[in-house]
Design a binder for this molecule. Sequence first.
Ligand code: HBI
Length: 99
Amino acid sequence: MTERLSPARRREALAGLPGWQDAEDRDAISKVFTFADFNAAFGFMSRVALAAEKLDHHPEWFNVYRTVSVTLSTHDAGGVTERDISLATAMEAIAAGTG
Ligand code: HBI
C-alpha cells in the first residue's frame, strides 16, 4: 500500500508543482486550473481522465465553465502519497499542452 508522504517529501514535491497547495480541511493537495473557455477546460478533463485511468488514481474535481478545481488524495492511505504527485505532475503536463 502506498504510504503518506513525509513532511519533507511533501514540501519538496509541492515546490515542483506550480499553484498546488495543501488543502485546508484535510490531508490533500489542491489547485484551481483556469482555461481560455469551457471547451479547453473540458478537453483538459478528458485527457486527465485517460491519464487517471492509466495511473489507476482519480481526481476529485469540480468544473465551472473555464475553471477546474482539483483535489488529490489517496483514499486508501488517508492522505497525500506519491500517486497524487504523479497525477498532479501529469495534470501540469496536460495543462501545458505537453502531456
Ligand atoms: N484514486 N484518488 C484516488 N485515491 C485512491 O485511493 C484510489 C483512486 N483510484 C483507484 C483506487 N484508489 C483503487 O486502486 C482502489 O480503490 C482499489
